[in-house]
Design a protein around this ligand. Structure first.
Ligand code: 5AD
Ligand code: SF4
Length: 473
């Protein structure tokens, strides 16, 4: 291999993809590549794709167009595409026919194969032809390896983490819920929980490496079901001689890890949010007073058609219980507008819950038809103009709540874990409160990765502004 080879990764989508990209970066670093922030300087470019909405598909194909230009100028530039989109046959077929110059395609279940795929690609390079035919670049052979299903979880893969002081920790892969709009169960496969001992070992290693905050990741962390060996701490029941650790047990178990000061998780499905987990907010001081609890819609008939398995009333009961267990808890959500069959009254029900709950913030989405999902077949799709008009009202309602919630922080002193220079204003520091509110303030870069106290002086819709309390530094 040529010396000083560089890689660049572009990640679309959710935290699961971000975490996967850390593994991809770890694998490439182990192979001797170093990271570059400039794609045009890279020898290997990786695009980790998302397929949750059509918008992400379009951005991916736009990115491929840019990569083609680099490839034309530099034929030994290696292009790898991976992630959720690659788990769909109709997408890989398009890539094979329209973008045959893509070198390596792999999926969400076989990231660990990347070194082999790249090496195979290198070996074959001389045999490959790269030529232009009718204006379209073609190549003899690209490597495609996509596994339809996730098999055993591959442990101990290297990882190049984005931050030193905080880390994502996968606890469960896949999803069994089949919400009718969602592509994830088809791209990420069925639920597979990691063993509690493997998670604990990883968290201990992270803590030893200086990590103070962990975010436990899964499409639905609440259905975590870890099989516990005899050496592990177990709180679960015996079933066929095997013990099960549920999600609340896992939090209690991780709470004991020295060095870890904050525990977060995402995402939780409301139908599986147990009283035991709600109690953990009372009993685990390290569990941050924050929850991301996707509501999707406030209309019972739409929730039923979405196959969400809870009602608006049950959702609001959960919010009430959470607020009793953890007063002041920051509650964020996901909301889809324009799902097939949504009437103005259904939409009003959604606005009603938003007002009543007053979310700290919400990710808002216009329903996007996903090939292969049940909702694709629903005939009562909502016209685009109505979807967009409702979306505008949805965003206004959500932003109003965010402003109200954030305004309550003015005059408070908040403990903030400093992430580093702010994205919007790199001259300032940015960090997160326990409730995951973004705070910017003036301070030295040496505070990166430290907990500090910040006096909140101003609130904005999406963030807080403050002054560092130097008496605590
Ligand atoms: N259209 C719009 N939004 C969607 N989401 C998932 N699938 C779709 C879709 N087809 C949203 C849901 C989910 C979030 C990650 O993306 O709100 O919680
Ligand atoms: Fe998709 Fe529903 Fe699974 Fe979330 S719970 S990943 S929305 S199918």
């Amino acid at each position: 291999m040529k010396k000083n080879r560089k890689f660049h990764i572009q990640t679309f989508g959710c935290q699961m993809n971000e975490r996967d990209s850390e593994t991809i970066a770890g694998l490439l670093s182990k192979m001797g590549y170093s990271v570059t922030a400039e794609r045009k300087e890279a020898d290997v470019a990786v695009i980790n794709t998302c397929s949750v909405r059509e918008h992400a598909d379009k951005r991916f194909f736009g990115t491929l167009g840019q990569l083609k230009k680099i490839k034309e100028a530099r034929p030994d530039f290696v292009v790898c595409v991976c992630g959720c989109m690659m788990q769909q046959r109709h997408i890989t077929d398009v890539i094979k026919t329209k973008y045959p110059w893509v070198d390596v395609i792999f999926g969400t279940h076989n990231i660990h194969e990347l070194p082999v795929l790249l090496e195979e690609g290198e070996k074959e390079k001389e045999n490959r032809t790269l030529f232009k035919k009718n204006g379209i670049m073609e190549r003899g052979k690209g490597l495609i390896s996509v596994w339809e299903n996730g098999e055993d979880i591959v442990e101990d893969l290297p990882s190049s983490r984005l931050y030193r002081h905080k880390a994502f920790v996968n606890i469960i892969y896949g999803c069994n819920n089949f919400c009718t709009y969602c592509i994830v169960p088809y791209t990420r496969g069925r639920e597979r929980s990691r063993k509690p001992a493997d998670i604990l070992n990883e968290v201990k290693k992270l803590a030893a490496d200086g990590v103070k905050e962990i975010t436990l990741l899964g499409q639905n962390v609440n259905s975590y079901k870890g099989i516990t060996g005899s050496a592990d701490v177990s709180h679960g029941e015996t079933n066929n001689g095997k013990k099960h650790t549920d999600f609340a047990d896992l939090i209690y178990m991780l709470q004991g890890t020295e060095g870890i000061e904050r525990i977060r998780f995402m995402t939780s499905h409301p139908k599986d949010l147990s009283d035991k987990l709600i109690d953990a907010y009372k009993n685990c001081s390290k569990l941050c007073s924050a929850i991301h609890l996707p509501m999707q819609s406030g209309s019972n008939s739409i929730l039923e058609r979405m196959n969400r398995k809870y009602t608006k009333e049950q959702y609001m009961d959960l919010v009430a219980k959470l607020r009793i267990a953890s007063p002041g808890i920051c509650i964020t959500t996901d909301i889809i507008v324009g799902f097939p069959g949504e009437t103005e009254q259904d939409f009003q029900d959604t606005l009603d819950v938003i007002k009543k709950v007053c979310f700290d913030s919400a990710f808002t989405f216009i329903y996007s038809v996903r090939k292969g999902t049940p909702a694709e077949k629903y005939e009562d799709q909502i016209p685009e103009d109505i979807k967009h008009e409702r979306f505008r009202r949805l965003v206004a309602a959500v932003n109003e709540c965010s402003s109200i919630k954030n305004a309550a922080y003015e005059g408070r002193k908040e403990m903030v874990l400093v992430d580093g220079p702010g994205k919007k204003d790199p001259g300032k520091l940015a960090g997160r409160t326990e409730g995951y509110k973004l705070v910017d303030f003036e301070g030295p870069l040496s505070l990166q990765g430290e907990f500090v106290y910040v006096d909140i002086t101003k609130s904005n819709t999406f963030s807080l502004t403050g002054e560092l309390d130097i008496s605590h530094v």
